[in-house]
Design a protein around this ligand. Structure first.
Ligand SMILES: Nc1ncnc2c1ncn2[C@@H]1O[C@H](COP(=O)(O)OP(=O)(O)OP(=O)(O)O)[C@@H](O)[C@H]1O
Length: 514
């Protein structure tokens, strides 16, 4: 007997969203109330107009009725969600007189946070605001010195650091952070406070809500609520004593509160191309009278100029089909997605053992060190690398100019994954293609999955059999070399592992230092 899956009830406020499709792009000089300094900054970025989602959010956040409601923005990949929240926040903070941390943007990964920081950094200085980053890219000490301003000590007078804590002040107005590093600063950085926070952005919300990351969200919400509401009275008294006398409208509101609520309240903006509708997940955000902004009627939407194709092949011939396809695509920037870090590593090695394909291919995955990943990403952005073989580390939010093609070497398990992977191309109104390599038994499942994004028919893409045949000899030789490379890697790991084990047994303190 078929068991019917119970559908999750939709929250009432989600039933009447604002449709972003009703908005049109708007030339910068026609955007109401836009600060002329920000217009110049946007112009320098090469932007001549605001995209529809940016116009829709601007309308809700600037002018009468501004930010009366928290915003939940569900708009396709590449539609410009970053600027949609960055621009109103920067414009709203442009009139602030005292520097303190007033806007916090949280993202799930370091590379994404870096990307978003660049957007803020391109506009915020134009109105005298500074932006900080807390992602663990540098040592915690370096990060603290970027984020917290120390008082200038008079020559010859030596203060005890405990005595100067009341003078500590934030060096930044806006902070872009990953949850882990944010929690490090909350727990141990003197002078780091969220008590003046006016704006909280949770980007890639569904991903961030899926993982608890040391309870970062409840902690942030508690530290920004009025004293009456706080479950952390000790934390609040610690913060008040460290921050001393700095009075902002927000802080006074938090202190006084009104019926147990702070006023002005903390404004929240949550965004994703696949925003969750799960009431229990959304409840964690404690949204105030939320307004849903979405594009079209469908829950999942692919970019307008994205073309999706399926390529059917035998499982054991997939590498051959991939190489033939890459050869057809030539030097166009392309991302190849696999289902795991392990297969990313092996596939990238195999492709590089194929002989001279005339394209530079690199790996990008969670298995690698951050420094290595950042270097690869930079080369890919600069066009020195044309093909990136990636695990799902590259799936969400990453914005690389000129990516014309995405290839799903492994079929994604969920429509959400398909949407985010495919969304690395066809961004900002550009055209792009997404190819999915399938075994014939996977075709039905793939079709069903894409129907959820209103993509009924995905045409076949065929690679001439002559191309496949001509690659067979090179493939067999590459497979042989791959076996040798994998074996030598494994023996190196074993050697390193036993050395490390010996060291860790004899010198426990050294290991901790390392
Ligand atoms: N007004 C604009 N004019 C021209 N280009 C823009 C504009 N706004 C954003 N862009 C560009 O559009 C691209 C996509 O923007 P962004 O990364 O914010 O998309 P997104 O909606 O957040 O996508 P994702 O869901 O994948 O994270 C970026 O390259 C950005 O520079």
């Amino acid at each position: 007997m078929e068991v019917k899956k119970r559908s999750t009830p939709i929250l009432p406020w989600m039933r009447s969203p604002v449709d972003v499709n009703q908005f049109e792009a708007c030339a910068l000089n026609l955007v109401p109330c836009l600060d002329p300094r920000l217009e110049v900054a946007l112009d320098k970025m090469g932007f001549s107009s605001l995209f529809p989602v940016q116009v829709a959010v601007w309308q809700e956040t600037i002018g009468p009725g501004a930010f009366e409601r928290d915003l939940c923005i569900n708009s396709p990949t590449g539609s410009g969600k970053t600027l949609a929240y960055a621009l109103p926040i920067v414009q709203k903070l442009s009139t602030r007189s005292v520097k303190c941390l007033r806007a916090l943007v949280v993202l799930p990964t370091r590379d994404l946070a870096l990307q978003v920081k660049e957007v803020f950094a391109a506009i915020a200085p134009a109105v005298g605001l500074s932006v900080g980053l807390a992602v663990g890219q540098s040592s915690i000490a370096d990060e603290i010195s970027e984020l917290i301003k120390r008082p200038k000590l008079e020559a010859g007078i030596c203060y005890d650091p405990e005595d100067v804590t009341c003078e500590l002040q934030s060096s930044v107005d806006i902070l872009v952070a990953t949850p882990g590093r944010l929690m490090d600063h909350i727990n141990s950085t003197k002078g780091f406070t969220l008590e003046h926070l006016c704006y909280l952005v949770v980007d890639e919300t569904d991903r961030l809500l899926r993982e608890a990351y040391q309870s970062w969200l409840p902690t942030v919400l508690q530290l920004t609520q009025s004293n009456e509401e706080s479950l952390f009275p000790l934390a609040n008294s610690f913060l008040s004593s460290t921050f001393g006398s700095l009075k902002t409208i927000r802080r006074c509101g938090v202190e006084r509160g009104f019926k147990g609520k702070s006023h002005p309240r903390l404004v929240k903006m949550v965004l994703s191309a696949t925003l969750t509708q799960d009431p229990s997940k959304l409840a964690q955000l404690n949204l105030h009278h939320p307004l849903l902004m979405t594009t079209g009627k469908r829950r999942y939407q692919l970019p307008e100029k994205l073309e999706s194709y399926k390529l059917i092949c035998e499982s054991n011939l997939r590498p051959l089909y991939l190489v033939a396809l890459l050869q057809e695509l030539g030097e166009e920037k392309c991302i190849v997605f696999t289902s795991s870090t392990e297969s990313t590593h092996r596939l990238c090695m195999l492709l590089n053992l194929f002989g001279d394909l005339g394209i530079k291919i690199k790996e990008y995955s969670g298995l690698q060190r951050q420094s290595r990943r950042s270097k690869t990403l930079k080369s890919f952005r600069e066009g020195k690398v044309q093909v990136l073989v990636s695990s799902d580390a590259m799936t969400r939010g990453m914005d690389v100019q000129g990516v014309r093609n995405v290839i799903n070497y492994d079929i994604p398990a969920y429509i959400k994954t398909y949407i985010h992977r495919a969304g690395r191309t066809a961004r900002a109104g550009q055209a792009g293609r997404c190819f999915t390599l399938l075994h014939k038994y996977e075709v039905k499942r793939f079709k069903k999955m894409l129907q959820k994004a209103d993509n009924e028919s995905v045409p076949h893409y065929s690679v001439p059999s002559s191309s496949i045949e001509s690659l067979r000899a090179a493939y067999n030789s590459a497979l042989g070399k791959l076996k040798e490379t994998v074996e030598s890697e494994a023996s190196r790991k074993r050697k390193f592992g036993s050395k490390f084990l010996k060291l860790s047994r004899t010198k426990p303190t050294d290991r901790r230092k390392g």
